[in-house]
Ligand binder design. Structure first.
Ligand code: M6R
Length: 365
């Protein structure tokens, strides 16, 4: 039931404060800020040599964000690949390795095949899945559920933010178990996570502004998304969302890569969506944004209001996010990229929930 919404995708975007809150409460005691994983790990985080992550599409981008988190908070080396490559790569795997698969449906053929490969290679197998009865859940040693509820729109939205929420909790748990985080550092990160559902609700207030910008985006044929660190993964996710439902060509680049080629594309017709929460890489992203502005690119900056004000670019259109601590910004910054794709597709009259050529669950390779 779509309720008051025109599309399932809109409903699912708006459900995020609730389902992320529910998922978080399943992994974290909201009163004490202690992480409490809802499963018994059959492996010891402290002894792992390597984490290998694999998934497809949006679930892969959740894994890409998590790579930064596991490396930073748990000091755990991470290898990540799309499942269609991983399954055939003949990757040698660490002796005491954990393989992590992420899937909304739990039925994606390539992800399932990657899981079987990892098992043959003697890996511990952990799956973050939204459908607990799925094949991927059944074939894993340990299941970390997302509590997003059924996701109907072909474009994944609430499953993605719930995946990020679970992955954040796993990274903190791993950091604590490996002694890479002190108890105080773990609590500080947990308190940042506890703020996320409220911040998601705030982020949704940018919808009117995004609707305005979507009218402009609907008139172009190409869009570039840039960001650094976890925001690079969010740039990839933003570009995928726009492509799949509006059919506008979009590409994402790590902001530092622009000068190695793609900056040649920039002219007055090219919108560049800059994902720039105030974090340790912000200054670097801003200097890349200034390079784009100097070449006439049309900048849409996603950041908080104070930070947008400090960006030093005159001709800039902004999508304002709430001010927040930086660590879990990707969960909140998912909202504007989802809404921008959604409203662009609506302006163009596309079939948002059932985009052409796509299926909700890709059970063939
Ligand atoms: O069910 P899964 O999470 O395994 O699906 C993976 C991808 O097929 C999926 O995320 C796809 O990329 C979505 N259409 C993205 O919005």
């Amino acid at each position: 039931d779509r309720g008051e919404y025109r599309h399932f995708m809109a409903k699912e975007i708006h459900e995020q404060p609730e389902v992320v809150g529910r998922t978080l409460a399943h992994y974290l005691d909201m009163a004490t800020g202690q992480i409490r994983l809802p499963f018994e790990a059959k492996f010891d985080w402290a002894k792992l040599e390597r984490l290998t992550i694999s998934a497809c599409g949006t679930a892969y981008y959740a894994g890409l964000v998590a790579k930064y988190w596991f490396e930073r908070y748990a000091r755990l080396p991470v290898d990540i690949d799309v499942a269609s490559e991983f399954r055939y790569r003949e990757a040698p795997m660490a002796r005491n390795g954990l393989a992590l698969f992420i899937s909304q449906s739990g039925e994606t053929a390539d992800t399932l095949a990657g899981l079987r490969y990892a098992r043959e290679q003697g890996q511990h197998v952990l799956a973050v899945v939204n459908v607990p009865t799925s094949s991927i859940a059944r074939e894993s040693d340990v299941v970390a559920p997302t509590l997003a509820g059924p996701e109907i729109g072909v474009a994944s939205t609430k499953a993605f933010t719930c995946q990020l929420t679970v992955l954040a909790c796993l990274a903190i748990a791993a950091g604590l178990a490996r002694g890479a985080l002190s108890a105080a550092e773990g609590e500080a990160l947990a308190s940042e996570l506890i703020a996320v559902p409220g911040l998601l609700a705030e982020a949704l207030k940018s919808e009117d502004r995004i609707q305005e910008l979507a009218r402009d985006i609907s008139r172009v044929s190409d869009v570039l998304y840039i960001g650094r660190g976890t925001s690079f993964a969010m740039a990839l996710e933003g570009a995928l969302k726009l492509k799949e439902i509006s059919y506008i060509h979009a590409e994402a680049y790590a902001a530092g890569e622009l000068k190695h080629g793609p900056i040649a594309l920039i002219d007055e017709t090219m919108p560049v969506i800059v994902i720039a929460p105030r974090d340790g890489l912000f200054e670097k992203t801003v200097s890349n944004m200034q390079e784009v502005a100097a070449r006439g690119g049309r900048i849409v900056m996603i950041s908080d209001r104070e930070t947008v004000g400090e960006a030093g670019v005159d001709d800039l259109r902004a999508i304002e996010m709430p001010r927040m601590a930086p660590n879990f910004a990707p969960i909140v910054y998912a909202v504007p990229v989802q809404l921008l794709a959604y409203h662009t597709a609506v302006v163009l009259g596309q079939d948002v929930d059932q985009p052409r050529n796509l299926a909700k669950s890709v059970t063939v390779e």
